[in-house]
Design a protein around this ligand. Structure first.
Ligand SMILES: Cc1cc2nc3c(=O)[nH]c(=O)nc-3n(C[C@H](O)[C@H](O)[C@H](O)COP(=O)(O)OP(=O)(O)OC[C@H]3O[C@@H](n4cnc5c(N)ncnc54)[C@H](O)[C@@H]3O)c2cc1C
Length: 401
């Protein structure tokens, strides 16, 4: 049977990031790593493709040029039940197409010498002889360590990490479609702006709708979608129709996908011989964002993998602790708390705070987007910044109407 020191299942952002980070940590070990994917790059992925600056920075620090086609967003518009807030910050977000982003990451792995086998789905996994036997559609592979980076429906999580009979909790839903700008009356593409609409929260949607500018084969488009925590997903179709109406009388076929989110202290991110990264572990419950988090998970999974292979202790306890206690685990925990407040019974009060305070929304948006490392700073730093009369104003503008 084929044997590998580490097998990474999935070559999306989490799997490729794990490989790239491992290559930086231990190039020799990286020689004995196999990446498997059921699809072939460039492959479609249901995703709006918004990459926050921290995600781009991660790629550049790991030697992956951010040179795929993208739209740089400098403005955000948020609608709530009572207000419209315009916010400007240079290079606030980059909107890519996932087939192109993921193909660049996969190509970078191959350039570093990794073997990436495409069109090879993992069918099942079982523990045997101190490791894991992976059955793929082409054969069997033995490894002492498998990294599940296979997305929200992760077979690695279901078969090696979840307790038997565990319910599928912590799932959100998102649906999206693409509208050519030539057929839309939306002005966001020209303004390099992305729009979020939270005005359905009071009607039971536990999320928001969006319109993002993007390029598909060089042609300007809007990516239009809806995100909602479950329950609340039943309103997704209606909310999508409402967001499409912003673009005019347009018809577009939508695609939907589940997003598994992380809950600090509850979500298991590993078990003996198995570590999870990216959506397989859990994404952001507030907005369903996961690309930059998947890259960060990759760094943590690589660090843990290098340590367990060196020590021979293939339990996942240290990785679980590392994720839960890291800035990433803390940020995800805060996002969960924020989602409960903003999409819960006190939503009016929660939205009223950023509606009224420019400083609060500037800090919130910088924290969310990881600008100036705000997502890695302490609550104490945040409170101090809010008290300072000279706390940085938004760099372009912030208006309320
Ligand atoms: C509608 C929608 C919009 C979104 N918009 C955004 C956004 O704007 N910004 C953002 O940051 N995030 C967004 N997300 C979330 C984002 O798409 C995910 O968080 C991100 O893709 C996670 O990366 P990943 O590598 O963990 O998983 P994935 O990108 O899902 O990659 C998993 C990989 O594993 C492979 N795989 C799966 N099963 C197997 C198997 N059995 N065997 C072998 N290979 C397998 C798949 O082919 C795939 O290549 C959105 C999600 C949805 C659904």
């Amino acid at each position: 049977m084929e044997r590998r020191a580490i097998v990474i299942v999935g070559s999306g952002p989490a799997g490729t990031a794990t490989a790239l980070a491992l290559h930086r940590l231990d190039p020799e070990l990286a020689n004995d790593v196999l990446l498997l994917d059921k699809a072939q790059h460039p492959r479609p992925k249901v995703c709006a493709g918004g990459v926050i600056p921290a995600g781009r920075q991660w790629m550049e620090e790991h030697g992956v040029a951010f040179d795929m086609p993208h739209v740089t967003v400098h403005r955000a518009r948020a609608r709530t039940a009572r207000a419209t807030i315009d916010y400007g910050e240079p290079n606030f977000c980059y909107v890519v197409r996932r087939n192109e982003l993921d193909a660049s990451l996969a190509a970078a792995c191959r350039q570093r010498g990794f073997e990436l086998r495409e069109n090879e789905a993992v069918r099942s996994l079982r523990r045997e002889n101190g490791g894991v036997v992976i059955e793929t559609e082409r054969g069997s592979i033995f490894t002492p360590l498998v990294i599940g980076a296979d997305g929200s429906g992760s077979v690695v999580r279901r078969q090696l990490v979840d307790a038997p009979g565990a319910a599928q909790e912590h799932i959100a839903r998102a649906a999206m479609c693409d509208v050519p700008i030539a057929a839309s009356r939306w002005d966001g593409f020209a303004a390099r702006r992305y729009d979020f609409d939270f005005s359905d929260v009071g009607d039971g949607l536990r999320g928001y709708r969006w319109s993002f500018p993007c390029l598909i084969d060089g042609a300007p488009h809007a990516n239009v979608g809806v995100y909602s925590l479950s329950p609340g997903g039943t309103r997704i179709k209606e909310a999508l129709a409402a967001e499409l109406a912003v673009h005019g009388d347009v018809k577009a076929r939508h695609v939907a996908f589940p997003i598994r989110w992380y809950r600090r202290g509850k979500t298991r991110v590993g078990a003996a011989n198995a570590l999870l990264a990216g959506d397989a572990a859990g994404a952001d419950p507030l907005m369903g964002e996961g690309i930059s988090l998947a890259l960060e998970y990759g760094s943590m999974a690589a660090q843990a993998a290098a340590t367990v292979v060196r020590s021979g202790d293939y339990s996942a306890a240290a990785y679980q602790r590392a994720v839960d206690e890291s800035w990433l685990g803390i940020k995800l925990g805060r996002l969960h708390a924020t989602a409960r407040w903003f999409y819960g019974p006190y939503w009016r009060l929660c939205f009223a705070l950023p509606e009224r305070s420019v400083r609060l929304r500037t800090l919130g948006l910088r924290w969310y987007n990881g600008i100036d490392d705000w997502d890695r700073r302490s609550v104490f730093d945040a409170v101090r910044a809010l008290m300072r009369p000279d706390f940085a104003a938004p760099r372009l503008d912030s208006r309320l109407s």
